[in-house]
Ligand binder design. Structure first.
Ligand code: PNW
Length: 504
């Protein structure tokens, strides 16, 4: 009996050995971690820092709408404990740190320099470089100065000038040492969630996506102006790279009768609205989006389209305005066509696409986060073929679990499978230069507060010293960076149900 059991065990482990594949990473591939200012810094009103729209949202009285009622004030307190972050990076064997600068720390309302804010980031950058860690700097990770929101924020075209002043200061102050700049983090999230349906700061609800559309338009123009400014004024002396961070999942056919065209529309409306103007050869908004919104605006009896137009000059300014794509990938979805109905959720009625998740997929503590590594592989190849194989950093990718989960086996599995997907895409020829995992430390997860934890280091909010406690994933990452390999089975990566195309 015992022998049979042993035999079966041996057979099973031999099978998994046969199926597991070893995925490797080129020596040039960089492993790092990411954070963002509002989510980690604390010190919201210290040393001349002005309130941002997230300070406003979380300080609302008598209570805010954050899931656990908390704010970024507590966070990891990286304004005081940045050295602990650097120690954490070193201990995990990571050589790149993606962090963001708080606009509200470095400029006054009169657009003058706040030197104490500059000093903080100078120290952080110098200390990183001294430890051999490459800084990757995001200029805007959602914390708009409140005084700019008061004049309309991203919905006011004047914001482009304010952003240019800010970008100029960042390039001038830090560009001698920082060689990788990201202009914006995830405009699709802060434009839609912040200006269409009031889920994120500044919590504005607009009719028929008008707010989100204006936000996206001005973000694109601000990005391009900052890129051109860097080329004209700083590139020769500093020789750095400037890109933009965009997020998307991949889309799959939700059932056997969904046309392939629906998949393409889903990606173009969510992702293409930013990638087409910047990375495509034609430039400008995707044609499907232009046509749909123009036509729907007309149907509604409007005298002009809800989607603004770029001048020919602006199209040229935007085209090619990124040295790399910073891609945030978390999850993917299944899509199906729906017909236009102005009373439903504004995101879907312009695209006429709706989505859902396969209940068989493993889900994180965040309800939107399903484990679909295949989506990252397919997305990277879609980008490679669509946009002539641009340089890509995976600037975020991560898994959430309950507070203080130190034995984070689910995160390890998620990282292992997504790293395998990246390695496989690199083998196909995709130019993926590195990854900064989300996140270095547990942090303020926006409207979910501290209930969903993404860190590879745990933070106990009851610990006044905010010690960074390594989760198990830290030692896993150390092994990966040492061996430059991960092990995975193809069945673990390719989890999407494939439907046969309908017969012609
Ligand atoms: C990103 N979605 O946001 C942000 O850049 C981070 O600040 C954030 O902490 C992290 O991901 C985890 O949420 C996203 O619903 C928020 O698909 C939501 C989605 C994707 C990314």
């Amino acid at each position: 009996m015992g022998n049979i059991k042993f035999g079966v065990l041996l057979f099973l482990s031999a099978c998994s050995f046969i199926n597991a594949e070893t995925f490797t990473f080129p020596n040039s591939f960089i492993f790092g971690a990411a954070t963002a200012s509002y989510q980690i810094e604390g010190a919201w009103n210290v040393d001349g820092k002005l309130p941002s729209i997230w300070d406003t949202a979380t300080h609302r009285q008598p209570s805010n709408d954050v899931f656990d009622g908390l704010t970024g004030d507590e966070a990891a307190l990286s304004y005081y404990y940045w050295q602990k972050d650097i120690e954490a990076l070193k201990n995990a064997n990571l050589t790149m740190y993606r962090f963001s600068i708080a606009w509200t720390r470095v400029l006054t309302k009169n657009q003058q320099v706040n030197q104490k804010g500059i000093d903080y980031y100078n120290t952080l950058i110098n200390d990183l470089i001294a430890e051999g860690i490459t800084p990757m700097v995001t200029l805007y990770h959602w914390d708009l100065p409140q005084y700019l929101q008061d004049i309309g924020g991203w919905m006011n075209s004047e914001i482009v000038k304010y952003y240019e002043v800010y970008a100029d200061l960042v390039f001038k102050s830090f560009g001698d040492r920082v060689k990788i700049f990201i202009t914006f983090n995830e405009p699709s999230v802060f434009c839609d969630h912040g200006h269409n349906y009031a889920e994120h700061a500044p919590h504005i609800w607009t009719y028929d996506s008008v707010g989100g559309i204006l936000c996206s338009h001005h973000v694109l123009l601000s990005h391009a102006r900052a890129y051109r400014l860097y080329q004209e004024k700083y590139l020769a002396a500093q020789n750095g790279k400037v890109g933009i961070c965009l997020n998307t999942g991949f889309s799959y056919r939700g059932n056997g009768s969904v046309p392939q065209d629906t998949v393409e529309r889903a990606i173009q409306f969510y992702f293409g609205r930013y990638t087409n103007p910047i990375f495509s050869e034609t430039g400008d908004y995707p044609q499907v989006m232009r046509d749909a919104i123009d036509q729907k605006s007309k149907q509604q009896g409007r005298s002009f389209s809800r989607l603004p137009t770029f001048t020919a000059e602006e199209v040229q300014m935007l085209k090619g305005s990124a040295d790399f794509l910073a891609l945030n990938y978390y999850s993917s979805g299944m899509v199906y066509p729906i017909s236009f109905d102005p009373t439903i959720d504004p995101v879907h009625h312009d695209s006429e696409v709706a989505g859902f998740s396969d209940p068989d997929w493993k889900v994180a503590r965040s309800s939107w986060l399903y484990q679909v590594p295949q989506g990252l592989y397919d997305l990277l190849n879609w980008i490679r073929t669509k946009y002539n194989n641009p340089d890509v950093y995976i600037s975020e990718n991560g898994w959430s679990d309950a507070p203080l989960t130190i034995e984070d086996h689910d995160r390890i599995e998620y990282m292992r499978l997504h790293l395998a997907a990246i390695s496989k895409a690199i083998t196909d020829g995709c130019n993926v230069l590195g990854i900064t995992v989300w996140s270095l430390v547990d942090n303020f997860e926006w409207m979910r507060g501290y209930d969903e934890r993404f860190g590879i280091y745990a933070i106990d909010l009851n610990d006044p010293d905010r010690n960074r406690t390594p989760k198990k994933s830290v030692s896993y990452l150390r092994n990966v960076t040492n061996s430059r390999t991960v092990e995975a089975e193809n069945d673990e990566i390719f989890v999407v149900k494939v439907y046969p195309m309908p017969a012609e």
